[in-house]
Design a protein around this ligand. Structure first.
Ligand code: SF4
Length: 230
C-alpha cells in the first residue's frame, strides 16, 4: 500500500495546483462512455485537435457505433487517417466495439456506472487494446464522471520530479499510486480537477525540456528542485 506521508504530500500539492489553475474545471466532454472509449482509442499519441476531427469524421459518416463496427476496416482507416497509427486504430476500435457487443449483447457501456471504479476499469481493460489510461478516460471524461484518475505524460513527469512517486515509476504505476492517494470522498469532479491541475502544471511550468522551477509555486515541495537548484 501507499506511504501515508507521501499520500499527505501528494494531496496537499494536488490541492495547491487545483486552486492555482482554477478548479473546478469545466468538463470538455459529455459523451456517453462508449463514445468516449472510441475517442480515447483515437487519441493515443495524437493531438486533441486531430483526434476531434477524426472522431467527427466517424460520427458524420456512420449513423451509429454499430455501423462503425460493421464497416469495412479500410474505410474506417481512411476516415481517421490523420491520427497516428490509423492502420492499428481502425481494427482496434472495431474489435473493441465487437467485444462490448459480445459481452453485453448491446453497444452500451452505461452499466459501468453501477460498478466501483476498480470493477469498471477491470471490465474495460479486458478489452484488447484498452489500457489503464483509456479505461480511466472512459470513466472520468464521459457523462459517467466517475472518480478514475487519468494520468498523462505531463502529470507523470510532474509526479516523478516532485518525488510523490518513485523517479523511475512507469506511467501505469504512477497512475495506480496517485489513484490510491486520492481521498475516498473525492467525487468525479474533484478527481478530474486533480488530473487537470497536474496536467496544466506540466504543460505550462514543469515542462519536459527545462522546467521553470524559479516560477514554480510548489518548488519547496519538490525533490527535483531540492537536488538540482539549491
Ligand atoms: S520545482 Fe521545477 S521540477 Fe519541481 S515541480 Fe516545479 S517546475 Fe517541476
Amino acid at each position: 500500500m501507499n506511504d501515508p506521508e507521501q499520500r499527505t504530500r501528494a494531496v496537499e500539492t494536488d490541492l495547491i495546483l487545483q486552486e492555482a489553475y482554477g478548479a473546478p474545471f469545466i468538463p470538455f466532454s459529455y459523451r456517453d462512455p462508449l463514445s468516449e472509449m472510441v475517442n480515447a482509442l483515437l487519441s493515443h499519441r495524437t493531438k486533441n485537435v486531430v483526434t476531434r476531427v477524426a472522431y467527427q469524421s466517424l460520427t458524420a459518416a456512420y449513423p451509429s457505433w454499430e455501423a462503425v463496427m460493421e464497416a469495412d476496416t479500410t474505410a474506417i482507416e481512411a476516415l481517421i487517417s490523420a491520427v497516428t497509427f490509423p492502420e492499428v486504430k481502425a481494427p482496434r476500435i472495431q474489435r473493441a466495439l465487437s467485444e462490448v457487443k459480445r459481452r453485453r449483447g448491446e453497444l452500451s457501456l452505461d452499466f459501468l456506472g453501477d460498478m466501483t471504479v476498480e470493477e469498471a476499469r477491470a471490465w474495460l481493460e479486458d478489452i484488447p487494446g484498452v489500457g489503464a489510461k483509456t479505461s480511466a478516460a472512459v470513466l472520468s471524461f464521459s457523462a459517467l464522471r466517475m472518480p478514475a484518475l487519468v494520468v498523462d505524460t505531463h502529470h507523470h513527469r510532474v509526479a516523478r520530479r516532485l518525488g510523490i512517486v518513485p523517479p523511475k515509476a512507469t506511467l501505469d504505476k504512477t497512475a495506480r499510486l496517485l489513484q490510491s492517494y486520492l481521498p475516498e470522498d473525492w467525487d468525479g469532479q474533484k478527481v478530474y480537477d486533480s488530473h487537470q491541475g497536474f496536467m496544466r502544471h506540466g504543460q505550462r511550468v514543469c515542462i519536459w525540456r527545462a522546467p521553470c522551477c524559479e516560477q514554480c509555486i510548489i518548488r519547496d515541495r519538490c525533490d527535483y528542485y531540492a537536488l538540482n537548484k539549491h
